[in-house]
Write a protein that binds this ligand. Structure first.
Ligand code: C5P
Length: 222
């Protein structure tokens, strides 16, 4: 089993930017678990599954589905149909963010992804970021962090990120999207977003990414 640096926090707190930077600095692999939930949601949506679909329907739609990371790209594979597609761009829309949050509240979806996430650490040192890294997937992680920021600050970051990708969005939409997802992610019954007692808490609102990075590296002890 490799070393795991587990990072949780709400949307837009800087988790993926910082996870990538830390992974680069330490020579660890980066595990973007949000991408797994997003690619799963994309597959379910395309196959007509809905919020009120039964567990059996969802489980059957997920048979033969694999999500693979290759060179920072995310591939969705359906082994039963010998089909494979680069979905890296498509999973980044606010629509897919919404459906990822809806489907990720379901046990059948979380169970589908749990072992895949743990397997990533079998032979590699990893930086894993998401909503339940420190509490459920890697409760015994080598290092644990909870990154937070004010709602306004997170909405602004999300707005700028999406704009940069050419996605048309207003600041109000970014704020509403973040509020809605946070509410759902924090209040669901299974693996809700919460701060683990032993996770180092950092409020990144008034900090630059460099400052947060330095603080984290210091805490990691490298
Ligand atoms: O982090 P990102 O915004 O890409 O995640 C998309 C959605 O996937 C989150 O809003 C959350 O509902 C879900 N998710 C989750 N557990 C994780 C990572 C993401 O439930 N570990």
């Amino acid at each position: 089993m490799g070393k795991v640096i587990a990072i949780d926090g709400p949307s837009g707190a800087g988790k993926s930017t910082l996870s990538k930077l830390i992974a680069e600095r330490l020579g660890f692999q980066f595990l973007d678990t949000g991408a797994l939930y997003r690619a799963t949601a994309l597959h379910l949506m395309r196959n007509g599954l809905k919020e009120d679909s039964t567990d059996e329907e969802i489980a059957s739609a997920l048979k033969g589905v694999e999500i693979v990371f290759i060179d920072e790209k995310v591939f969705l594979k359906d082994t039963s149909r010998s089909y494979e597609e680069d979905v890296s761009e498509q999973i980044r829309t606010t629509d897919i963010g919404h459906y990822a949050s809806v489907f990720s509240a379901k046990k059948v979806v979380r169970d589908f992804l749990l072992q895949k996430q743990r397997d990533a650490a079998i032979e590699n040192n990893i930086v894993a970021e998401g909503r339940d890294m420190t509490t459920v997937v890697f409760p015994h992680a080598w290092r644990k962090f909870f990154l937070d920021a004010s709602e306004q600050g997170r909405a602004k970051r999300r707005y700028l990120q999406l704009k940069e990708k050419g996605i048309d969005i207003t600041m109000e939409d970014a704020l509403r999207d973040i509020q809605e997802r946070d509410r759902r992610d924090s209040n669901r019954d299974i693996a809700p977003l919460k701060r683990a007692d032993d996770a180092i808490y950092i409020d990144t609102t008034d900090m630059s990414m460099d400052e947060v990075l330095e603080r984290m590296l210091e805490a990691i002890g490298n």
